[in-house]
Design a protein around this ligand. Structure first.
Ligand SMILES: NC(=O)C1=CN([C@@H]2O[C@H](COP(=O)(O)OP(=O)(O)OC[C@H]3O[C@@H](n4cnc5c(N)ncnc54)[C@H](OP(=O)(O)O)[C@@H]3O)[C@@H](O)[C@H]2O)C=CC1
Ligand SMILES: CC(C)(CO)C(=O)C(=O)O
Length: 320
């Protein structure tokens, strides 16, 4: 390497499921040194590698994989991409700390509001914490096997850490994060306001994630029925009201845009449905409870989302 050549950062994937597996494979194929922390699928991935069946990119295999069943065995990494569900964040703090190089950037690739908060207090102040919003349709089809149906963009924003009060340093870190994904051929934008962006993503996740579980329906049947279409639009409108009450404006026509995009998307089961099917905890706190609480604190009631949350809480408690 010449003196002017920049060394690529080392990347750790904390939780290698659909999201962690997809972005990890894409980054490894782009030449990054990627290390994958796994749990139930460790043996399968160590033996057979990761298989990504992607509608846009074709069948891609990463084998061998730098796979670990414990963060104690991982080399320390400059970027840690957390691909676990938000329900696991607090329990993953020790693994993140173990795998973090000094001054590492921890990027939560997760849906929901304030998902960084439960982790922040458990991490040293020296670690940067960022949020990443993934616009992608991907799921696990078996141990180490990931099905990628469509999309793939990741938007990155700064949450907290040593650069919080230094705008230039913050922007440089966020740009570096977005740059990782762009190097892997994926669209990625830096987000100036992570909270606003998290509300914006909820306009999709609040209606579709929950209704897929309660109605046992994927996007195509949900978009084909007049009653569910009306309910989706009403739920989207409530998310917009909540966001506005909390001081976040949305691009004009955003809900209508998402509605139309979903009509054109290949038939899709949101990740909450996969959690329900596999009897895993649902991400109800991140996607429903926190937005409802934030809206309520701002004096805004969201009755349809509240009812959806109550029904999902029942389902979640009886699904274990
Ligand atoms: N799937 C999608 O298309 C999209 C998902 N998202 C969001 O991305 C996030 C991740 O979702 P997704 O990838 O679908 O989830 P998955 O369930 O596919 O993956 C989660 C992974 O984290 C692993 N994990 C959990 N706890 C630990 C632990 N203690 N140690 C090691 N590994 C652990 C799980 O392992 P194990 O198998 O042992 O449980 C699993 O491999 C969620 O917040 C989701 O809402 C956002 C946009 C799209
Ligand atoms: C909204 C969608 C399907 C694509 O943007 C997604 O990212 C999700 O399932 O959370």
């Amino acid at each position: 390497m010449t003196d002017t050549a920049v060394k690529k950062p080392r990347i750790g994937i904390i939780g290698t499921g659909a999201i962690g597996g997809f972005y990890g494979v894409m980054l490894a194929r782009a030449g990054f040194d990627v290390h994958f922390l796994l749990r139930s699928e460790f043996a399968a991935v160590a033996e057979r590698g990761l298989q990504l069946n992607s509608a846009p990119y074709g069948a891609l295999t990463l084998n061998p994989v730098q796979a670990y069943s414990s963060a104690d065995d991982m080399p320390t990494c400059d970027w840690l991409l957390v691909g676990a569900k938000t329900t696991s964040n607090a329990e993953l703090a020790p693994a993140i700390i173990k795998a973090a190089a000094p001054g590492a950037k921890v990027l939560l690739l997760q849906n929901g509001l304030d998902v960084e908060d439960s982790l922040r207090d458990l991490l040293p102040d020296s670690l940067h914490l960022l949020g990443g919003l993934c616009f992608i349709c991907v799921h696990r089809a078996g141990p180490g096997v990931i099905e990628h149906q469509a999309l793939g963009a990741v938007n990155v924003g700064y949450h907290s850490g040593p650069a919080l009060d230094d705008e230039v340093a913050r922007q440089a870190i966020v740009e570096q994060g977005a740059g990782l994904f762009r190097t892997a051929g994926l669209d990625s934008q830096a987000m100036a306001n992570l909270q606003q962006a998290r509300w914006q993503k909820l306009v999709w996740n609040v209606p579709y994630n929950g209704l897929s579980v309660l109605l046992g329906a994927s996007t195509t049947p949900l978009m084909a029925d007049d009653s569910s279409r009306e309910l989706i639009q009403a739920l989207m409108a409530e998310v917009l009201q909540g966001a506005l009450a909390c001081g976040h404006s949305m691009p004009p026509g955003y809900a209508e845009h998402l509605f139309k995009v979903t009509e054109k998307m290949p038939d899709y089961w949101p990740s909450m449905y996969h959690d329900y099917q596999h009897k895993r905890p649902l991400e109800l706190t991140a996607i429903y409870a926190r937005p409802l609480a934030a809206a309520k604190a701002a004096g805004c009631q969201l009755p349809k989302i509240e009812a959806l949350y109550q029904a999902l809480s029942f389902v979640d408690r009886h699904n274990g």
